[in-house]
Design a protein around this ligand. Structure first.
Ligand code: MRU
Length: 352
C-alpha cells in the first residue's frame, strides 16, 4: 500500500463531514471515521485518532466550517459569536501544538474580515479557507522535503522520533518529507531508524508502518537504543517534527525529543527540525512558555499492553511533549528555507 494515498483529515465529497483516518487503529487496521459534531471532532483530536500538529490544524479548520454550517444565525453578530464559541471548544482539545489555534484563528479572521457579506457567503468562504489550509500544508511539506533532501548524502542513516510523516500532515509529512522526496527521485539508498516513541508508540505504530509500506529501509528501535545506534555510527543525521517553535528556536515536540537532541550533540550528529510556518509561534519568546499537555496515566501503564504492565496505583507522570533547547538544533527546515542560528534573526528574515 502506498502511504501517500492515506488521508489523515479531509472533507467528505458531499461537504457534510470531516473524514479522518483513525490512527489509533494503525498499523492493524485502516479505518476512516466520518465526523460531523464539534464534540466528536474534539474527542478525535484528544484521543489521537487524528494527530500530528499540521493534521490537527486541518481537522480543526474543517471542524469549524462544519460548525458554521449548522449555525442558524439571524445576523452576522450572532453568527460570529456562535463561530467563536465553536472555535473555543475545538481549541480546548489539545494545548501544545500551535497549529490548532493557528488554524482556528485563521478561520475566524477570514469570517471577521468579511463580516459585511451575507452569512451564507461567509459560510461558503470558510470552506474555501479550510481547503486552502489543507492544500497549502501539502505544498509546504513538499518544499520541506525538497530542502531536506538536499542535506542527505548517499547511504545516509536518518533517525526520527514520533511520527512526522504523511499521517501527521495533509500529505508527505515534515520530518519524513525528505524521504518521500528521495523515493520520488528514485533514491533507495537511505536507511531510517524510528524511535518507537513511548508511551503511545507513534514511531512503532505509525512511522514504521508508513515507511515500510513505502518500501524504505526501516529499522525500529526502542527509545533507549538511540544512544547505542548513534555510537555504532549508524545515524548520520536526525530529522524530527515539532509542535511549537518559539522565537528563540526552543521548540516542543513529542516527549523524548530533547533526549535525542542531547545525544546527537554528544555524538556530533546534525539535528534538524522540520518546521512548517504554521508551527512557528513568534508570540512566545522561549521554551518555558510553551504549554505542555499532560495525559492520562493509563497510556503509560496499560494502553498498548494485553495486561497492565505496572502495579496498580503507582504514581505516573505522562507529559506528552518536551522542550528542546535551541542550542541543540543545527537548523530548522521551513518552507521558506533552512534557518540556522541565531534563529530569532533567521525567523525574522524569513518573515515569520
Ligand atoms: O501527540 P502527537 O502524536 O500529536 O505528537 C506529534 C508530534 O510530536 C509530531 O512530531 C509533531 O506534531 C510534528 S508532525 C509533522
Amino acid at each position: 500500500m502506498d502511504p501517500l494515498t492515506l488521508e489523515s483529515a479531509a472533507l467528505s465529497a458531499d461537504g457534510r463531514s470531516l473524514v479522518i483516518l483513525d490512527q489509533t487503529l494503525l498499523p492493524g487496521e485502516v479505518r476512516y471515521l466520518s465526523l460531523t459534531e464539534t464534540e466528536d471532532i474534539v474527542e478525535a483530536i484528544r484521543a489521537l485518532r487524528v494527530r500530528g500538529a499540521p493534521a490537527i490544524g486541518v481537522a480543526a479548520a474543517y471542524g469549524l466550517y462544519l460548525a458554521a454550517q449548522r449555525l442558524d444565525a439571524e445576523d452576522m453578530d450572532q453568527f460570529l459569536s456562535g463561530l467563536r464559541q465553536a472555535a473555543e471548544t475545538l481549541n480546548g482539545a489539545r494545548p501544545t501544538a500551535v497549529n490548532l489555534s493557528w488554524a482556528l484563528s485563521r478561520m475566524l479572521g477570514a469570517a471577521e474580515q468579511n463580516r459585511a457579506l451575507p452569512v451564507a457567503q461567509v459560510k461558503a468562504l470558510l470552506r474555501r479557507e479550510a481547503d486552502a489550509i489543507r492544500t497549502e500544508d501539502i505544498a509546504i511539506s513538499r518544499e520541506i522535503g525538497r530542502l531536506g533532501l538536499g542535506l542527505l548524502r548517499p547511504g545516509d542513516g536518518i533517525l526520527t522520533h514520533c511520527n512526522a510523516g504523511t499521517l501527521a500532515t495533509a500529505k508527505y509529512g515534515t520530518a519524513l518529507a525528505p524521504i518521500y522526496a528521495a523515493l520520488e527521485a528514485g533514491r533507495t539508498d537511505l536507511r531510517v531508524y524510528c524511535d518507537e516513541t513511548r508511551p503511545l508508540l507513534q514511531g512503532a505504530r505509525l512511522t514504521a508502518f508508513e515507511l515500510q509500506s513505502a518500501g524504505v529501509d526501516t529499522t525500529l528501535i526502542c527509545d533507549s537504543m538511540a544512544s547505542i545506534t548513534m555510537a555504532r555510527g549508524r545515524v548520520d543525521i536526525v530529522f524530527v517534527g515539532c509542535d511549537r517553535v518559539c522565537a528563540n528556536g526552543d521548540f516542543a515536540n513529542k516527549i523524548g525529543t530533547s533526549g535525542v537532541a542531547i545525544l546527537a550533540k554528544h555524538y556530533g550528529i546534525p539535528f534538524y527540525v522540520c518546521a512548517p510556518s504554521s508551527t512557528i509561534d513568534m508570540g512566545l519568546a522561549r521554551g518555558e512558555e510553551i504549554p505542555i499537555e499532560e495525559r492520562p496515566a493509563e497510556e503509560v501503564t496499560q494502553l498498548w499492553y494485553a495486561q497492565p504492565m505496572a502495579p496498580a496505583g503507582v504514581k505516573v507522570d505522562n507529559p506528552a511533549f518536551d522542550v528542546t533547547d535551541h542550542g541543540l538544533v543545527t537548523g530548522f527546515i521551513t518552507e521558506k528555507g533552512i534557518a540556522y542560528p541565531p534563529f530569532d534573526k533567521a525567523f525574522r528574515d524569513f518573515g515569520f
